[in-house]
Design a binder for this molecule. Structure first.
Ligand code: PEP
Ligand code: MN
Length: 263
């Protein structure tokens, strides 16, 4: 169901009127974690100013350490919904388990499946049954074939509102957090009809490298970008080292729009 052989034409995902995969570029931006109402409001203002139409932010956070901040949960979901509504944006937020799927669906427009859950097949099937737009992140060590099969679990439960998110894979390289595999963009485009979004923030893990890789993602043919921003990255509760401040984000977006128009 995921393959281009089965469905030759590009699938356009419709998020309540916002089209993803129709040839235009969708911009998603926001903090790694929702930290409070003021913070997510400020992020929404910045994101929108740069042209983003989707506000990202995690309320359920898959942290490496169980002692690290785990997210504001439902309180956070309320804040991101309020901020997105105020700025007329859509919400994308992660669901980590089936138990919270219904709760997350009440607040979000797009469900994010995190890299660590790419092969959580029961979660994928449950998301398949909701029919809700879903952004399926590539697993930390996921091959393209495993990723396509993961999408198949969602599609075979009747949900065709799928987008892939390339967020970097684990390699021997340590200068960057992950290795952003931009070749996944043309490969996925060839093998599947679903859109693909690039996440340069988790892809490189260092804010300084994010703008170049965002631009490269658009040039590679991505249907959109998802980028982490923060009003004060040094004080972020998670992923501050890879978050763009307002100025860097807005500068990046000027260049992104130039490449977008040239495509
Ligand atoms: C995130 O988007 O903040 C996140 C945890 O991403 P990933 O699942 O790609 O690591
Ligand atoms: Mn993050």
């Amino acid at each position: 169901l995921t393959s281009r052989e089965f469905h030759p034409a590009d699938t356009v995902v419709d998020v309540d009127g916002l089209k993803i995969g129709d040839g235009s570029m969708v911009m998603m931006a926001g903090p790694c974690s929702i930290e409070g109402l003021d913070q997510i409001m400020e992020c929404a203002r910045i994101a929108k100013e740069g042209g983003a139409t989707v506000l990202r932010g995690g309320a359920f956070k898959p942290r490496t350490s169980p002692y690290a901040f785990q997210g504001l949960e439902e309180e956070g979901l309320k804040y991101i919904r309020e901020a997105a509504d105020k700025y007329d944006m859509k919400v994308i937020t992660e669901v980590m388990d089936e138990a919270n799927l219904e709760l997350v669906c009440r607040y979000t427009d797009i469900i994010q499946v995190g890299a660590r859950n790419m092969q959580n097949f029961k979660l994928l099937e449950a998301i398949g049954k909701t029919g809700k737009p879903v952004a399926l992140k590539r697993g930390i060590s996921g091959t393209i074939d495993e990723w396509l099969n993961a999408a198949e679990y969602i599609a075979n439960r009747g949900n065709f509102n799928i987008m892939f998110v390339e967020r970097g894979i684990r390699t021997y390289e340590t200068a960057t957090r992950n290795t952003l595999d931009l070749s996944a963009v043309p490969v996925i485009k060839k093998l599947s009809h679903f859109p693909i979004i690039v996440d340069p923030s988790h892809g490189v893990g260092v804010w300084d490298y994010v703008p170049q890789m965002a631009i490269a993602g658009v040039a590679a043919g991505a249907d959109g970008l998802i980028v982490e921003i923060h009003p004060d990255p040094a004080k972020a509760w998670s992923d501050g080292q890879q978050s763009l401040n307002e100025k860097t984000y807005l500068n990046m977006m000027e260049q992104v729009h130039i490449i977008e128009e040239a495509m």
